[in-house]
Ligand binder design. Structure first.
Ligand code: 6PG
Length: 467
């Protein structure tokens, strides 16, 4: 009997997704560029619905038409080369689904490349890591709308289910839309993690809480409006004892962060489209600077201010409120990038669906996403999440706390660039002036770039040097 779907790439994500599909009753063909991984996978984790293939033609021939071939291989050149090989074998109407973290610009190009041969290409953002792939990830498919119905049953079945039972999988839009949404999801993930790391620094160096106390604080926050996978994970990490030497594992981890590049892509794309995602920029830059050897020189050469608070409990509560406010801004920035990109690329993104898809399965899953989904459901063209009634009220309530938290950090010399960027973003929007009138004056003074007059709205040049 013909197989329902084929998965290429038997590393961690591919093999777990194949098992997830097989568990849901789909007959899955699997193939890997080198046979060793396929052999190991089928020997160690056999499944009655999974059939291994060791040649690409045999793998493709095993599939029911229109064939559905999912790529779970490394983004970049490997995807490009596999698409070329498949285009020689597949027939018009067949579907290729790229489930890796490919750059959305590559996906846009591949959609056109495949369409020339009548093959349909999907760029599918998948979030959830190994466990998500096996038990239910968050899925963001982008590609030809007419082909979505053919793949929908598989992906809705294997996706994570939110508390209301809805699958965390929704058609995102044409061509690169799915990979774009996943890329910005990762950017938001960077900002979210950076805020939690800064919260840790504030509680540790200003609040003077111990690891165990900080873990308990985060655990209690995880019962309320901040409830999320990442807060729970941070609470677990802070309480974890080292099994190699005495003490906590958090104190044994080198203070340098890695990154694979999707956060950086988000910042570059935001800059290109002219969207302020300062909190994602702050998160990326802090990861970059964490690896800068100049930190050692600076630590020796520069004074470290001290700042501690006697009112520890009140301080922790102020930080909690600030974290919630800053988190709203991180998501407001990410969703305003979605808004601009949707117009620029003609994707007609449904922001409520996007927030709903993030509610389970992925790293940024949080109760908070229900509120975002509601805000965009209420007003699908909401320009900035900050202007939704609920979030505006929360920002107005929380900004003073955020201001005091950022002041405490500044006085104590604690680097909190994401908190600071959140406050700065609020102040830029609400302030009566951002000084752009003087910038325009300077531009016109030096280069006769003209400026717009307040009274007439005209673009004029002023003769600055007439006296
Ligand atoms: C996911 C994650 C996953 C990973 C990113 C970021 O949704 O499953 O986003 O894709 O966390 O690749 O990784 P880096 O922190 O290494 O850039």
């Amino acid at each position: 009997m013909a197989q329902d779907i084929g998965v290429i790439g038997m590393a961690v994500m591919g093999s777990n997704l194949a098992l997830n599909m097989a568990d849901h009753g789909f007959r899955v063909s699997v193939y890997n560029y080198t046979p060793d991984l396929t052999k190991q996978f089928t020997a160690e984790r056999p499944h009655e619905n999974i059939t291994p293939y060791y040649d690409l033609k045999g793998f493709v021939d095993s599939l029911e038409k229109p064939r559905k071939v999912m790529l779970m291989i490394m983004a970049g050149a490997p995807v490009g080369s596999m698409v070329l090989q498949l285009l020689d074998i597949l027939e018009p109407g067949d579907i290729i689904i790229d489930g890796g973290n490919s750059f959305f610009g590559d996906t846009r190009r591949r959609c056109i490349q495949c369409k020339e041969k009548g093959v349909l290409f999907f760029g599918m953002g998948i979030s959830g890591g190994e466990e998500g792939a096996r038990k239910g990830p968050s899925i963001m498919p982008g590609g030809d709308a007419s082909a979505y119905e053919a793949i929908r049953p598989v992906y809705e079945a294997i996706a994570a289910k939110a508390d209301d039972g809805r699958p965390c999988c929704a058609y995102i839009g044409e061509n690169g839309a799915g990979h774009f949404v996943k890329m910005v999801h990762n950017g938001i993930e960077y900002a979210d993690m950076q805020l939690i790391a800064e919260t840790y620094l504030l509680l540790k160096y200003v609040g003077r809480f111990t690891n165990q106390e900080m873990s308990e604080i985060l655990r209690s926050w995880n019962q309320g409006e901040l409830k999320s996978f990442l807060i729970g994970a941070a609470a677990d990490i802070l309480a974890e004892h080292d099994d190699v030497a005495a003490g906590y594992i958090i104190d044994k981890i080198v203070d340098k962060a890695g990154q694979k590049g999707t956060g950086r892509w988000t910042c570059m794309e935001a800059m290109r489209l002219g969207v302020n995602v300062s909190m994602i920029d702050a998160a990326c830059n802090t990861r970059i600077s964490s690896n800068d050897s100049g930190r050692i020189t600076a630590r020796r050469a520069m004074a470290q201010p001290e700042c501690s608070r006697a009112d520890k409990e009140a301080f922790a509560e102020m930080v909690r409120k600030s974290l919630y406010t800053a988190k709203i801004i991180a998501y407001a920035q990410g969703f305003s990038l979605y808004h601009t990109a949707s117009d620029a690329y003609g994707w007609h993104l449904n922001f409520s669906d996007i927030a709903s898809v993030f509610r389970a399965g992925c790293i940024i899953q949080a109760d908070f996403l229900n509120k975002i989904a509601e805000a965009f459901q209420h007003n699908p063209s909401l320009e900035n999440l900050m202007f939704d009634e609920f979030f505006l009220m929360r920002i107005n309530d929380g900004t003073d706390n955020l201001r005091h938290t950022v002041s405490a950090a500044a006085l104590g010399g604690i680097p909190v660039p994401a908190y600071m960027s959140a406050l700065e973003y609020i102040d830029i929007f609400r302030s009566r002036s951002v000084g752009a009138n003087l910038i325009q004056g300077l531009r016109d003074y030096f280069g006769a770039h003209t400026f717009e007059r307040v009274d007439t709205g005209e673009a004029v040049h002023h003769d600055w040097k007439r006296h």
